[in-house]
Design a binder for this molecule. Sequence first.
Ligand SMILES: [Zn+2]
Length: 434
Amino acid sequence: MFLDMVRADIVIVHANQLLTMRGFSEKPKVREDLRDLGIVEDGAVAIRDEKIVAVGSTREVLSVVDRGFETIDASGKLVAPGFIDPHVHLVFARTREDELEMMIEGLSYVEIKKKTGGIMRTIEATRSASTEELLKKTARILDQALLHGTVLIEGKSGYEMTLEGEIRQLEIMKYLNKLHPVEVIPTFNPQAIPPEYEGREEQFTAEIAGKWVPEIARRNLARYCDAFCDIGFFDYKQCLKIFQSCREYGLKIKVHADWLAHSGGGKLAAELGVVSADHLIHTPMEVINEIAKLGIIGVLLPTTPFCYLGKYANAREIISRGVPVALGTDVSAINMSENMQMMMTIAALQMKMLPTETWNAATINAAHAVEEGRRLGSIEVGKQADIIIMDIPNYRYIPFHYGVNHVETVIKAGKIVVENKKLVKEHIPFYENY
Ligand SMILES: [Zn+2]
């Protein structure tokens, strides 16, 4: 009997609802599976070191754990896997809230860029910012994400667009990934053609493909490369050239697909069999069918219409065609919300995703969007203990009760890093009391 007992450091007990998302560590959820959260009522989770060692009802778990653990009483509360945000433009020095009026008055992304410089203003500011300033600004985004229950972020570079600058951005992410509780998976993201290359786009693309990608891969600084395939950015052929180089040098591929227009990004995603195709707003349904067949994760970004007042992805149709959907924030210099709870609300109330679908899309499927489904995204024995406790009685409160932060406790790899809605100082580099 004694030998069967499990040793634990922390046991969370009496969760009103425990959302496990179990059974999908190997592959993401599609269609009907998206409606199941693997709920355990009066649920409990036992944690030992960084891992989950027992999951079940409070009675079941307490009957198998040995004495001498810290108990967290989650009575009346919801316990869930930490959120995973698979789409963040992470390192930049200057936000562009001063574009809001133009945006609201109806100017397009391309028009605003012509008038003000748009993204170029962020690129210039980021290029001239010190590394220390960038580190602190990036850490602040990670702090906010963590306070709102996000435990892993896919972080994109792209706001310097020089080889040295992109390397600096990726190194900042690598450094913060070691120091900060929020894990950062770095992505090299050629996202703009800088002024010095205007009119020489082909040459710029050739340099990225021939020099930047091999150098970033050689330094092992990025897991993914994600290019903007859209009007005013890189076209289909240019993206293809960059991605062929990624294939050769071992960078995996994500793509900004059909955000502003049907620009061939979805098609490229299907042809190359990428890891995720993000946005999918103007992608034709026959291409969506191909994406579904290949099991490519469709990362939908609910706040996209908040910048440049565009439209939402057709989530209902995309789900019904069998695409495993995930949700992300698309944090960038023109779109600031680190809060995945907010994404779930918009996904539900504007994109018509069911509450259950938004939960799966923000946890287990989002983990698959960064190929971490085996380790993260659900509450199951053997997985990393990345768990949130929320002051809500059931899962429908997200998306229902929006605009406030419901995350009370965050456990990252077995450590309590947010307690009583506050960051636990000793774990946070560049700590600030928000
Ligand atoms: Zn984006």
